[in-house]
Design a protein around this ligand. Structure first.
Ligand code: FAD
Ligand code: UDP
Length: 379
């Protein structure tokens, strides 16, 4: 390495922490700031003082990946406990298995079909005239047909995203599998787990390095960025530019906390797919720690509501409608023309990234920066 750089990283979520760690290990000096009073961003977990349950403060987070390097990395920073995510969905007063699998199909149709029979039935129900689905709705109609779409996806998606599925990209639905077996594992990745001491402890470990200084309760806007050789910004892209081209749209979430005698719901996540139910899902947090679930007398539940994010709300999900995409292109061009700043992460790239993908992309950003610094070229 030539000369060590002084780097500012805005945001102590997975993205910021991983970039910080890789740069510090390469000999650079890193200051990580976050405007919240904790690290781990939206993956933050904390023990509920009343019940002792480890709560996923910004919504349920399950680590799953097929990336060996990412799995090794996260296991270096926490003890990953075995966890298998199963979701149930309530449709018109009945409880079904999610994602759509042979059990769901048989429950919904009132049948006892074999895998081959179910596949044939879904092929009959699916709208075969749709060859190249453009929207969420077209994707769903091609995938499972109108009845299953209207039962499981239409209402939930309208509540979650605040727009009709005809205006949403097909990619959102492609996150979910369709299975003709009784496999009800929500995720198909080979590795899945939850950190024994929660995600915040894992991110603390990533940030624990002599080359990293961490300051919480500090925002980028209150920091003199000019004194650093380079900045990695993981906050919202439009916010960095004071929304000068307009606001990218985000969904925000509101959680209504409830404490009940344990167990209350009996599973980690119950989705509510009907549109006349105002919330999207209820989470019973103790089930994210199956290794300690027997030890609680009281249980914490979060009822989750989704809404358009206002200027003071926490941005959770980038919406990425057609209008957002046009605006995003303009912001990306501004970002590319901003010297000494690299934009990264879920908010910095305005993308729907899972934790494993955030970590992989953060590793790639760090590699790119290290190479540029070594060659004395601007990143
Ligand atoms: P964040 O975690 O959002 O971190 C960004 C940080 O930057 C925040 O701490 C913020 O306070 C800080 N910041 C922003 N702007 C500024 C500023 N101007 N000054 C100072 N600090 C600033 N992924 C999975 O793999 N599995 C799941 O089950 C899963 N469930 C999810 C559920 C929900 C409800 C949501 C919203 C996301 C879920 N994700 C899940 C995705 C996961 O949350 C992201 O992959 C991860 O948080 C990305 O990390 P990040 O560091 O890019 O962003
Ligand atoms: N979805 C739905 N009904 C469900 C579960 C999911 O309509 O019971 C839709 C919804 O639009 C959601 C998308 O499928 O945004 C992807 O689901 P996933 O569980 O991946 O969403 P996440 O909560 O991780 O964003």
């Amino acid at each position: 390495m030539t000369d060590p750089k002084h780097i500012l990283i805005v945001g102590a979520g997975f993205t910021g922490a991983v970039v910080a760690r890789q740069l510090a290990e390469a000999g650079h000096r890193v200051l990580v700031i976050d405007e919240r009073n904790h690290v781990a961003g939206n993956c933050h977990t904390e023990r509920d003082p009343e019940t002792g349950v480890m709560v996923h403060v910004y919504g349920p987070h399950i680590f799953h990946t097929g990336d060996d390097g990412v799995w090794r990395f996260i296991n270096d920073h926490c003890t990953m406990m075995p966890y298998r995510h199963q979701v149930r969905a309530v449709v018109r007063g009945q409880v079904y298995s999610m994602p759509i699998n042979l059990h769901t199909i048989n429950q919904f149709l009132g049948t006892n079909l074999s895998p081959a029979e179910a596949q044939a039935r879904i092929t009959d129900l699916a709208e075969s005239t749709i060859t190249d689905p453009q929207s969420f709705e077209e994707q769903a109609l091609k995938f499972v047909g109108r009845d299953i779409y209207e039962g499981f996806f239409r209402g939930y998606t309208r509540k979650q995203w605040g727009v009709d599925p005809t205006r949403l990209p097909a990619a959102i639905l492609k996150r979910l599998p369709l299975r003709f077996t009784y496999d009800d594992n929500y995720f198909a990745h080979p590795y899945q787990g939850i950190p024994k001491e929660g995600y915040t402890a894992a991110v603390d470990s990533i940030l624990r390095h002599p080359g990293i200084e961490l300051r919480t309760n500090v925002s980028a806007e209150d920091t003199d960025t000019a004194s650093f050789d380079h900045t990695v910004y993981t906050g919202p892209l439009d916010r960095y530019f004071q929304h000068r081209l307009g606001r990218l749209s985000y969904r925000t979430l509101r959680f209504e906390r409830d404490v009940r005698p344990a167990p209350h719901q009996g599973t980690a996540v119950l989705n509510y797919c009907d549109e006349d139910v105002p919330y999207t899902r209820i989470t019973e947090h103790m089930y994210f720690a199956p290794w300690e679930v027997q030890s609680f007398e009281k249980s914490v539940l979060y009822t989750e509501y989704s809404a358009a994010a206002g200027p003071d709300d926490i941005p959770y999900y980038p919406v990425r409608l057609i209008d957002d995409k046009a605006l995003l292109t303009q912001y990306v061009s501004l970002a590319q023309n901003t010297p000494k700043v690299t934009f990264a992460g879920r908010l910095g790239s305005y993308a729907y990234l899972d934790m494993d993908v955030s970590i992989r992309r953060a590793m790639d950003v760090a590699d790119m920066l290290k190479t540029s610094f070594d060659r004395n070229q601007p990143p």
